[in-house]
Each structure stands twice: as structure tokens, then as C-alpha cells.
Design a protein around this ligand. Structure first.
Ligand SMILES: Cc1cc2nc3c(=O)[nH]c(=O)nc-3n(C[C@H](O)[C@H](O)[C@H](O)COP(=O)(O)OP(=O)(O)OC[C@H]3O[C@@H](n4cnc5c(N)ncnc54)[C@H](O)[C@@H]3O)c2cc1C
Length: 401
């Protein structure tokens, strides 16, 4: 590796102690997550393979630290329509839902997710101002129809089991549901309000960070599928050497990463002025769980199926019917909504559905974010940065490395 003296990104975040969250966990503060920088040589040239969620964030952070970055992307850098190479990051609903997702994963995912809730706003404050909001933190609401109340009760029991004593959610009755979301169907009698959850306006964020990267002058090689080796990027026609290569290819790394698989997810995007939601709403149902995430300009993302298949073909009739009819039961006002997009993508997942950061000399691989890209990217990025900068404390190293 060559030698440089990069400036650490976000040096402003170097004060303050650990906060405790509503479940009693100590949150790593930005200062603690940084730890001490030891006296190692740092890379001067880094290649990043994949310009999806992790690739863009790392390119941005490392460029800010003064390192020369080359970013390779197999598809278009600014995809404006669904395409087979488009990053899962563009299909995602962008929810940052540590409590809801703890129920389908574990307490480690919760801990990293709570970290994300503080890290995303910090990052957004460092991006250029934009008219469209990038982050919403109005919490989320979980509801079930009366005949499915047992699903809701089980969800609450599992939350209590995984996060005992957690005060981050509260039971709400019909009146409280109406107060939170007046446009929802009036027949929801019980629900859970998870007040701390948020969601990212993810396509706007990906567009904005893409613009920042283009303007920063880093080298971006779009339509360039690559293979990665320690210190080396191999394209169809050439080989290039770097001090460090970071593999952020998501499912594109499947040939190299044993046990990585794709998990199909389908979404509908609808537009209507007939209904307003303040926050994501999840519907508990015995056969499928649907969420509706409100986006700016009267748009909503309805998702998502989760199918053990690497088929990226368009949304099936069955999935469309399930998503649409569940949506209609949330509020009949959705009947007149216009379907403006249907999208399919594959979530990159290891067998345990948990992310991993693998560090070798000259090559770091960050992958397996599954359905938790926006939820876990801040933890993964800070962990990768801790390795690159040889910080003595590798944040979430017990969970990721
Ligand atoms: C339907 C759906 C809904 C989701 N909803 C949420 C949600 O609400 N909240 C949440 O936290 N997460 C959600 N996710 C998960 C999230 O999208 C992923 O976890 C995240 O995008 C993974 O990030 P990544 O950077 O590893 O991969 P990606 O975002 O997929 O990016 C990988 C990039 O690498 C490029 N690439 C691939 N192969 C090569 C190659 N050989 N050379 C160069 N480039 C290559 C790809 O083109 C792509 O641009 C959802 C996912 C899906 C499918």
C-alpha cells in the first residue's frame, strides 16, 4: 500500500458521549465509533466495484478523506428505469426500521439499525441542500384487521422477546390509529406505533449522491462489469492496480462469494392525491406482510414480496394481486391510485441473512445486506472505514467481521 495522510471524513463528529436508546442499549457515538487512528500507512488509490448503496456511500466518504477513488459500475450510473443491472438500492423502499426488522432478524440488526437512525441525518446534513426532504422520522405504524389480531399480538410478543424491556413502541387503539393516520380505513382496532423508525427518500438520495460524485471529479466507469482481486480490478479488456479494492457488487459478487444468494422482491409504485400517510404502515396478515411507504409527490411504494428465487423477471399477476388487494384493505381510497411502476430486484443475502465485512490484504468485501440495506449501511460503512483507517475500535466488529 502507498502512504498518505488523509483527513478523516466528518471530523466535526468528535465530541459527545454514548447515548442510551429506548431499549437500554448504549449507542456508539460518532466519536467512539472512530476510536484512535493508529500510525499505519493508508491507501492512496482505492477502486470500488459496484455503485449501488454501499459503493456510492464509500466513494463519497473516502473521496472526502482525500483518497483517489475509481468507481466501477456494471450498469448505468444514473438508471432512470427498471433494468436488469439496476442496484437493489433503487428498488428498495428505504425504510430504516430497527424494531420491525428485529422481529425477522435479531438484536444485532436492531443495534446497528438504531445507529443508522442517528447516522443518516448526520450524512444528509453534509450533502448539498435539496428541495426534496431526504429523511423522514415520523415513526411507523403496524396494524392488522380484526380477524388477524393474533398476527399483531405475535409480532408484539416477538419484539418483547428479542428486545426485552424496550420502550420504543406502544400499543394503540382505534382512536389513536385514527389520530396518527386519519386516512386509514376506520376498521383497524389495534396496532403498534414504533415512534423512532424512519425512512429515507432513497431515489432522491441516490440521485443526489450520484451528482456529488460526478461533480467531485472521481473517476466513474459505468457500463463496466469487473472482477475483483486483492489490489486489482479486471475488466473485459484490461487490468488495473490499486492500493485497495473494495467489493460492493451486491449480488454481482455471487461467483466469488460462496453462500451469497439473491432473494426476489417485488414492489408497486402508485400515485394518488386521495390519501395521505405520515409514515410507513405495515399490515400483518397470515399469508403476506405488506408495507406502504409514503414518498413525496403523492407517491407510495407498496412492498414487498420475499421469494427464494433469483428470477428478476417482471412482477407476477399473483404478487400484483396480493399487494394491490392488501393495499385496498388499508384504505378503499387506494382504489383510484394509478400504478406508475412495478419493480423487481434481488436482495443480496448470505445464508444467515446477516451482512459481512471481510477484510484481506488489498481487498475488502462488504455484502449480504439482504432486506436491510438502508437499515445497516451506516454500520457497514463505518466498519469498513475503521479498517481502512486502522482505527483501534472497529465499530460493530463483533457483528460484521
Ligand atoms: C424489493 C426490495 C425492497 C427493499 N426495501 C428495503 C428497505 O425498505 N429498507 C432497507 O434497509 N433495505 C431494503 N432493501 C434492501 C436493499 O435494497 C439492499 O440491501 C441494498 O441495496 C444492498 O446494497 P449493496 O450496495 O450491497 O447492493 P446494490 O444496491 O444492489 O448495489 C450493487 C451494485 O453493484 C453493481 N454490480 C454488480 N455486479 C458488478 C460487477 N461485476 N462490476 C461492477 N459493478 C457491479 C450493480 O449494478 C449495483 O449497482 C430492499 C430490497 C428490495 C429488493
Amino acid at each position: 500500500m502507498g502512504s498518505a495522510q488523509p483527513v478523516e471524513p466528518e471530523q466535526a463528529n468528535t465530541c459527545g458521549g454514548n447515548k442510551v436508546d429506548s431499549c437500554g442499549y448504549s449507542l456508539p457515538s460518532a466519536s467512539k465509533s472512530r476510536g484512535n487512528v493508529t500510525n499505519h500507512k493508508l491507501p492512496t488509490t482505492i477502486a470500488i466495484a459496484g455503485a449501488g448503496l454501499l459503493g456510492r456511500l464509500l466513494a463519497w466518504q473516502l473521496h472526502r478523506a482525500g483518497i483517489s477513488i475509481t468507481l466501477f459500475e456494471a450498469g448505468s450510473f444514473t438508471p432512470d428505469a427498471p433494468q436488469t443491472t439496476r442496484a437493489a438500492a433503487f428498488t428498495a423502499a428505504g425504510m430504516v426500521a430497527p424494531l420491525s426488522e428485529a422481529v425477522v432478524s435479531d438484536e444485532g440488526v436492531y443495534r446497528m439499525g438504531i445507529f443508522a437512525l442517528q447516522q443518516w441525518p448526520t450524512w444528509f446534513a453534509q450533502l448539498p441542500a435539496t428541495d426534496a426532504p431526504l429523511f423522514f422520522n415520523n415513526g411507523s405504524l403496524v396494524v392488522a384487521h380484526q380477524q388477524d389480531t393474533s398476527e399483531l399480538e405475535q409480532f408484539a410478543r416477538e419484539l418483547g422477546f428479542i428486545l426485552p424491556g424496550c420502550k420504543g413502541y406502544q400499543h394503540v387503539d382505534q382512536h389513536e390509529i385514527h389520530h396518527l393516520e386519519p386516512d386509514l380505513h376506520s376498521n383497524f382496532h389495534s396496532g403498534l406505533f414504533l415512534s423512532e423508525e424512519g425512512h429515507v427518500n432513497n431515489r432522491e438520495f441516490l440521485r443526489l449522491i450520484g451528482d456529488v460524485l460526478i461533480q467531485s471529479g472521481i473517476k466513474i466507469c459505468a457500463q463496466t462489469p469487473v472482477e475483483v482481486l486483492p489490489g486489482k480490478i479486471v475488466t473485459d479488456s484490461s487490468e488495473e492496480h490499486f492500493d485497495l479494492v473494495i467489493d460492493c457488487r451486491g449480488l454481482g459478487a455471487k461467483k466469488q462469494l460462496r453462500n451469497l444468494r439473491g432473494v426476489r422482491g417485488e414492489t408497486l409504485h402508485v400515485e394518488t392525491k386521495e390519501i395521505h400517510l405520515q409514515r410507513p404502515v405495515r399490515l400483518m396478515h397470515p399469508r403476506y406482510q405488506l408495507y406502504v411507504v409514503p414518498k413525496p409527490n403523492h407517491r407510495f411504494i407498496i412492498g414487498a414480496t420475499q421469494i427464494e428465487s433469483e428470477d428478476r423477471s417482471p412482477v407476477t399477476i399473483q404478487s400484483n394481486l396480493e399487494l394491490s388487494s392488501a393495499l385496498y384493505t388499508l384504505s378503499p381510497a387506494f382504489a383510484e391510485a394509478r400504478i406508475i411502476e412495478m419493480d423487481t430486484n434481488l436482495r443480496p443475502a448470505f445464508m444467515d441473512n446477516l451482512p459481512k465485512v471481510d477484510v484481506q490484504d488489498g481487498l475488502i468485501s462488504a455484502n449480504g445486506l439482504f432486506r436491510h440495506g438502508y437499515l445497516l449501511a451506516p454500520a457497514v460503512i463505518e466498519n469498513v472505514l475503521a479498517h481502512i483507517f486502522h482505527r483501534d475500535e472497529k465499530i460493530f466488529g463483533d457483528l460484521l467481521n
